[in-house]
Design a protein around this ligand. Structure first.
Ligand code: GLY
Length: 426
């Protein structure tokens, strides 16, 4: 069965043969984009090539690049545990900047391309190289000031897709970007295999400013993103992404401890994510991106505790992650550093977590009203240091609803508390 290592290579080689420069993944910590906390997409390191602030021809010797980008999305942290959500993932992408040439898929040169080449190549890679069957595709149907993407529709028709296999969607589904407050963005066409959206081809025709106004870019660009985990799921025909070879070394260890899939998925995702974040130089802290790392490490610890995993087992999981990924991502090779930051954070949290868990059990009752719940979760935080996210996780485990009223009470108490602390300090 085809392995992820081979898939990365096939992808990069396919585009390298078509004039693309293979560019390494940039760090998960964006180096010159203050508008985003972490790297969330392959195009991020190339933003300035779309706006012509940088010249691709000068920097890469071609207007075409391809990469496998480490990405981390914080919006889905609470959803991790189901069959499909992840924080960290790898995104396969091909990109085009600058003036568009012939846009002929047979043109393997270095000049920019657009919709036709992007669509024909994606189709060829998925159906011929990977031998997969595309169920259907979607295109931008037109909304607000952005017209229906008739060209993409026609290219898919030329490739043999009947009209009912080319679905038209609106801005919500088929318009991508920008990342952060402003940047390149545009209509998309998406490819579905086995019911999963596996590849998003973005046609960056616009620049959206901070006031959400769209301006046409001088030259349109291409930005595609295909999640490696999803691609592996359809290639290896596994029940979920967590049985693919990307997670299997971890899953085999965890399967010996539990058949609670949700807990195992949270541990696999958060452990892999934290290893990659630490390898890119992030430290756990109470601020912004440091807090993202702290949060996933704490949630990981909670679920590891429920499975009775010792620190030795967690160390084994870190080792297996490094074994699986460090050939492609050499920054992971510093096992000692990663291990020490990982366990320092877990050790610092251990007493708080143990006490917090005991107090949670004593305090929280199934029939608490939403307002009382808000007060109690606040108390657990201020008196015992148990983070709100952990309390909410424990409530979810017990099937106790945290609703808008609970949140409102918590926020009001939190604000009062902040004012008092400030007053005391001043
Ligand atoms: N930049 C394309 C994507 O993230 O899907």
């Amino acid at each position: 069965m085809i392995k992820s290592e081979e898939v990365r290579k096939i992808f990069l080689d396919f585009f390298a043969r078509r004039g693309h420069k293979i560019v390494s993944s940039s760090s998960l910590i964006p180096y010159d984009d203050p508008s985003v906390l972490l790297t969330t997409a392959g195009m991020q390191q190339f933003k300035k090539y779309y706006t012509r602030e940088k010249d691709a021809l000068k920097d890469f010797g071609t207007q075409r690049t391809t990469s496998i980008q480490k990405c981390f999305r914080t919006t889905d942290i609470d959803e991790v545990g189901d069959e499909r959500h992840l924080t960290f993932f790898e995104m396969l992408g091909n990109f085009s900047f600058g003036p568009v040439g012939t846009d002929d898929p047979e043109d393997f040169g270095i000049v920019g391309y657009f919709k036709k080449s992007a669509i024909y190549w994606a189709h060829e890679l998925i159906t011929k190289e990977f031998g997969l069957k595309i169920d259907y595709v979607t295109v931008f149907g037109g909304e607000e000031n952005v017209p229906f993407d008739e060209e993409s529709f026609k290219f898919w028709q030329n490739l043999g897709f009947s009209q009912d296999k080319i679905l038209k969607k609106g801005r919500e589904d088929n318009f991508w970007g920008p990342t952060g407050d402003e940047g390149p963005c545009g209509p998309t066409t998406e490819i579905y295999v086995d019911g999963l959206e596996i590849w998003n081809l973005v046609f960056n025709e616009y620049y959206q400013d901070k006031n959400k106004n769209l301006k046409k870019l001088e030259f349109p660009g291409v930005d595609t993103g295909m999640g490696l985990e999803r691609l592996m799921k359809v290639l290896q025909k596994t029940p979920t992404i967590f049985e693919t070879d990307l997670f299997l070394p971890l899953k085999e260890v965890l399967d010996k401890f539990s058949d609670n899939e949700r807990r195992k998925r949270i541990i696999m995702d958060h452990l892999r994510g934290s290893v990659f974040l630490i390898a890119d130089g992030l430290y756990p802290s109470n601020l912004e991106r440091g807090y993202v790392l702290r949060r996933i490490l704490r949630r990981l610890r909670l679920h590891a505790k429920f499975l009775n995993l010792t620190f030795d087992i967690l160390e084994e999981l870190i080792k297996k992650t490094i074994e699986k990924y460090s050939e492609f991502y050499p920054e992971l090779k510093n096992f000692e550093k990663i291990k020490s930051i990982f366990f320092e954070e877990l050790n610092n949290f251990e007493n708080t977590l143990n006490r917090g868990l005991r107090e949670f059990e004593k305090l929280i009752k199934e029939n608490d009203s939403p307002e009382i719940l808000g007060e109690k979760v606040f108390l657990l935080y201020t008196s015992y240091g148990l983070p709100k996210e952990i309390s909410l996780e424990l409530l979810k485990e017990k099937g106790i609803l945290w609703d808008n009223n609970s949140e409102k009470v918590y926020q009001e108490l939190f604000k009062e508390h902040q004012l008092i602390s400030k007053g005391n300090n001043g």
